[in-house]
Design a protein around this ligand. Structure first.
Ligand code: AHM
Ligand code: MG
Length: 334
């Protein structure tokens, strides 16, 4: 019987593909994998533990934090601190950037942006949640790192990935040479290569959007939704509507089956809801590397200038042809 390849083995095998100092980025990915396993352990027993529930704290976006959000944040920061390859962490859960190991981040070359537990409002009802990460290299290796290093355009990412804590736990990542997925084998506590070279279908039939906000959507989005619902044999419409409310889970499904995920501007979220640095950019990098497309309805997500750490953006992401069709509706909206 063939033995499964572990994440550690696979990273070493693929090290030659990595840009820059190869061992450092490999170690960074390994550290993220370790934190993900610890978070997975806690997410799995959330229903059993007193840890479930609110931490009686409000994060900087004014949203109630769940205890597991806080726990996941601590685990990722702690793994990155002890790994020593990361100088700055930016997190959805922290207003400011965090310097690791020394006040200026020392000699470490990498910056990591994380959403430690995305979709955490789904934990109480045992629905899949995820972690998202994005990795940048310092702009000037010889200068102290700062906010500008975190606020690079998404196109400067050297790696990105997500972990989905679902019916099985998977880590899906890219280092700019395609997308690979590893699945946690709980019996040996290792992520094993299960989805090499993931490709998103160019055409898709699933659309994922919170239709409860329909009245607040731009005309272009409304018309695209109607297009998805119309009957047309040639294009196999009507399409299928699927929305979990966990971006990681919605995008993971669409990556495998083909589809589009949209979080547009709405009356309540005039700049969109999702955050550019640690939600949209890493997902856009992954989906582009899998052959898909990600825009804000007009512009490529990875080309958007980042002016604020917690900046939001609308997002249209998924199968290339579906995203292009949605963009066409957006462009002809007036
Ligand atoms: P969070 O980071 O606070 O968990 O919010 C992000 C989540 C995404 O996972 C999901 O796609 C979206 O919020 C759902 O929002 P809504 O409930 O407005 O549809
Ligand atoms: Mg989030």
């Amino acid at each position: 019987m063939n033995q499964a390849k572990t994440l550690g083995q696979f990273i070493i095998e693929k090290q030659a593909d990595l840009p820059y100092a190869k061992g450092e980025l490999s170690r960074l990915l390994r550290d993220i994998g370790i934190a993900a396993k610890i978070v997975n352990r806690e997410v799995n027993k959330a229903g059993l533990m007193d840890i479930l529930g609110h931490a009686n704290a409000v994060n900087i976006q004014g949203e109630e934090q769940q205890k597991l959000d806080v726990f996941a944040n601590e685990q990722f920061i702690s793994a990155l601190t002890s790994g020593g390859e990361c100088c700055i962490v930016a997190s959805e859960e922290n207003e400011d950037i965090i310097y690791l190991n020394s006040p200026s981040g020392g000699n470490a070359k990498y910056i990591v942006a994380i959403d430690p537990l995305d979709g955490s409002s789904n934990i109480d009802v045992n629905v899949a949640v995820g972690s998202i990460f994005s990795i940048y290299r310092k702009i000037d290796i010889n200068a102290p790192a700062g906010l500008a290093d975190v606020c690079q355009k998404g196109s400067a990412q050297v790696a990105a990935g997500y972990v989905i804590y679902g019916s099985s736990t998977m880590l899906v990542y890219t280092t700019g040479k395609g997308v690979n997925g590893v699945t946690l084998d709980p019996s040996i506590g290792e992520f094993c290569l299960s989805h090499p070279n993931m490709q998103i279908p160019v055409e898709g039939r699933i659309y994922s959007i919170n239709e409860g906000n329909y009245v607040h959507f731009p005309q272009g989005v409304k018309r695209f939704i109607k297009y998805c619902q119309e009957e047309d044999t040639a294009s196999d419409r009507p399409y299928i509507s699927r929305y979990i409310g966990s971006m990681v889970a919605d995008l993971h499904r669409n990556l495998i089956k083909g589809g589009i995920f949209i979080y547009p501007v709405t009356a309540n979220a005039p700049s969109g809801k999702l955050r550019l640095v640690y939600e949209c950019n890493p997902m856009a990098f992954i989906i582009e590397q899998a052959g898909g497309r990600a825009t804000d309805g007009k512009q490529r997500i990875l080309d958007i200038e980042v002016s604020q750490l917690h900046q939001r953006s609308p997002i249209f992401i998924g199968s290339k042809n579906m995203v292009i069709t949605a963009e066409n509706f957006m462009q002809s909206e007036n």
